[in-house]
Design a protein around this ligand. Structure first.
Ligand code: KIV
Length: 256
């Protein structure tokens, strides 16, 4: 990547150039700035903020107002990276809602939006892209559907799921998505989608063969010791280090 501002077109072009794509989430200004300074080309203000920042049990509680608040904070870092943001639960059920809410996220500072689903939201994707807003797809395990699905399950194991994922991936590409996140998709199906699509796939728990990988930054940094995920090995034990530093400081204050 060059030092110029990253666009959705540049992210799409990384696949053609054989460049791997590292994507992380951020929910505030300092983290966005840190990730940007580390050279991450695509930063997502994910609705995972519901769980990792706001203390909700899942992403279905996150509102547009909360997304806008965190997008504004992240955008104040003025990153070189492309700043994408999630359309939250039930904010894109109709084409009109999808476009209006995507525009609200852009007004808050997002440069692209992401929503969950394939063929069933293709009209919304076409309309968002048609209004000039770059769109990032999200297939596989869809966290906004966790309640009806009864948990976080790997997708693509059955032939029916396999074919549905392929059809959905092609539908998103045709609708104009610049890339697609594959969450908890079997590595075999993720590889097949990656081989078939011209746009990049960004995997999370979807094996090594996607064009890029995305992680929830607090998971990567070991900031959430209360939960463990099969697909993430924290690279830092930030929670333990923070507890130790805070305790040491507290003890020093109390000892005076
Ligand atoms: O909300 C989020 O952080 C996401 C990523 C896990 C892909 O959607």
């Amino acid at each position: 990547m060059t030092e110029t501002k990253v666009t959705a077109e540049a992210i799409r072009g990384m696949k053609a150039r054989g460049e791997r794509i590292a994507v992380l989430t951020a929910y505030d200004c300092p983290m966005t700035r840190l990730l940007d300074e580390a050279g991450v080309p695509l930063i997502l203000v994910g609705d995972s903020l519901g769980m990792v920042v706001l203390g909700y049990p899942d992403t279905t509680h996150v509102t547009m107002a909360e997304m806008e608040h965190h997008v504004r904070a992240a955008a104040r870092a003025n990153p070189r990276a492309l700043l994408a943001a999630d359309l939250p639960y039930r904010s894109y059920e109709t084409v009109a809602d999808a476009v209006a809410n995507a525009k609200r996220l852009v007004a808050a500072g997002a440069e692209a939006v992401k929503a969950e689903g394939g063929t069933e939201i293709a009209e919304q994707v076409c309309a968002i892209v048609g209004s000039g807003i770059p769109f990032l797809g999200h297939l596989g395990m869809l966290p906004q559907h966790v309640l009806e699905e009864g948990g976080y399950h790997v997708k693509g194991k059955s032939e029916q799921e396999h074919q549905r994922l392929l059809a959905d991936a092609h539908a998103l590409a045709k609708a104009g998505a610049f890339a697609v996140v594959l969450e908890l998709v079997t590595p075999r199906v993720a590889k097949e989608i990656t081989q078939q699509l011209l746009i990049p796939t960004i995997g999370i728990g979807a094996g090594p063969d996607c064009d890029g990988q995305i992680l929830v930054t607090p998971d990567l940094l070991g900031m959430l010791p209360w939960f463990s995920l099969k697909h993430v090995k924290p690279k830092l034990n930030a929670a333990e280090q923070m507890r130790a530093v805070v305790k040491e400081w507290k003890d020093s204050v109390m000892a005076r």
